[in-house]
Write a protein that binds this ligand. Sequence first.
Ligand SMILES: NC(=O)c1ccc[n+]([C@@H]2O[C@H](COP(=O)([O-])OP(=O)(O)OC[C@H]3O[C@@H](n4cnc5c(N)ncnc54)[C@H](OP(=O)(O)O)[C@@H]3O)[C@@H](O)[C@H]2O)c1
Length: 248
Amino acid sequence: VLTGSTGKLGQNLVKGFIENNYSLILISRNANKTLDLFKDYKEHITVIQADLSSRGDIKRACDLIKKNKRNIFGLVNNAAVDIDQNMLDVSSDDFQYLLNVNLYAPYYLCKYLIPLFIENEEGVIVNVSSNLSMRSTANATEYTISKAGLDSLTRSIAVQYGPLGLRANSINISGMRGFTLKVNEILSSRNPKDVAYDDWKISQDKIPLRRRGAFSEFVDTIIFLCSDKASYINGVNLPVDGGSLSQI
Ligand SMILES: NC(=O)c1ccc[n+]([C@@H]2O[C@H](COP(=O)([O-])OP(=O)(O)OC[C@H]3O[C@@H](n4cnc5c(N)ncnc54)[C@H](OP(=O)(O)O)[C@@H]3O)[C@@H](O)[C@H]2O)c1
């Protein structure tokens, strides 16, 4: 089960998982957009419509998954929003919305799907976090709070459900750069600046590896964490950031 599939990393994740023979349930707030985006992969995906800011939608999506007795074994919480404003200018509604999508949605998806994992005797959760959960930058207060909470949720689940064979880890991203899948389509219809994404929150000369991370480097890590190759990795908040967190 994957959230945020229509986003930059999400599109690359869908492609990566399918190339590695996974089938995916995509929870998306715009089912038509998602089906259209992934029309080439339609035999590998099921789309469930849900706005992740709505607890009712999340419950309905999970009930649907349970009703179909899906033999699911994994959840990747990838959807998120950002605000990019000084905290003094952020409205309480915007803060609440961000928390709903970035923190409460992963919490409730875990809460509703973990019983299914327990029933299936198999379960792995990967939360897509940021290294901003452990450092900070200007105009990111609400986002960093949400990601710090997500890291904590990850560790808590790892400890609580490890004894039942479930694993939970987060990937703490920074320095991402690359193209979305629909490059040509976007090129013809939108500002070329939207086509190539470049993490503007960290400059390249602040990254020890002195380069950006390609989408594939984050996607491969997430697929690895979901796989049996990572069977003894549990409760980790893993920075995948070219070493920037290690640098003062
Ligand atoms: N971009 C970076 O440099 C960076 C750095 C560190 C960590 N991360 C983390 O990596 C993950 C992916 O980032 P990204 O840059 O690929 O994100 P993105 O391109 O902004 O995409 C966000 C995704 O979340 C979905 N979403 C947002 N609000 C939603 C809601 N209310 N209900 C359902 N879906 C909702 C969006 O759906 P719609 O298409 O419907 O809007 C979209 O699929 C996030 O968790 C982010 O925090 C990113």
